[in-house]
Design a protein around this ligand. Structure first.
Ligand code: SF4
Length: 165
């Protein structure tokens, strides 16, 4: 059957980011995926019930893995702890992957949910560290390959390989 791919809703142009904007990526591969019917869109934070717009949030220390292990929190600017919502959003994204037999995701880099190589460092000063967001960490724990919008051709190669198995 057709291999589907999970894609961050903001990369598809949906205005779901904390600031009410999107991060639309203009990319021929994504356009092809859409026309082939492969794309399943998700915004974990909105799925978890968070509003648009909402306060920016960062992982306090560590990364998405530390959040899943209960070792750290996701905190909004101003100090409100939103760890539970971020874990809920990640669980909803994982449930979508299970439902549609998805093994590959393209998620928005640097987000405390969707980041796959970098996240902000918890100081709300714009500084990034290597690490991943809560959704990326949960998907990877379940064997799903997570790419960013800067790695779309790699994601496409993975889909083509999976399609041929
Ligand atoms: Fe939603 Fe992820 Fe985009 Fe943030 S990066 S707006 S959580 S889809």
């Amino acid at each position: 059957s057709l291999r589907k791919v999970l894609v961050s809703a903001c990369l598809l142009g949906k205005s779901v980011r904390y600031d009410g904007g999107s991060l639309r990526v203009h990319d021929q591969i994504i356009e092809s995926w859409i026309s082939e019917g492969r794309v399943v869109s998700v915004c974990p934070e909105v799925e978890a019930g968070m509003s648009i717009p909402r306060k920016p949030a960062e992982i306090f220390v560590g990364s998405g893995d530390s959040v899943l292990d209960g070792d750290t929190d996701v905190v909004e600017k101003g100090g409100n702890i939103v760890t539970d919502q971020f874990i809920k959003g990640a669980s909803i994204a994982l449930a979508l992957c299970n439902k549609f037999n998805i093994e590959i995701a393209v998620l928005a880099e640097s987000s405390p949910s969707c980041g796959s190589s970098f996240i902000y460092d918890g100081s709300f000063s714009g500084k990034r560290n290597p690490g991943m967001g809560v959704t990326a960490a949960l998907l990877r724990r379940h064997g799903i390959q997570v790419f960013s919008q800067h790695e779309i051709s790699d994601a496409n190669k993975a889909i083509v390989m999976a399609q041929n198995i």
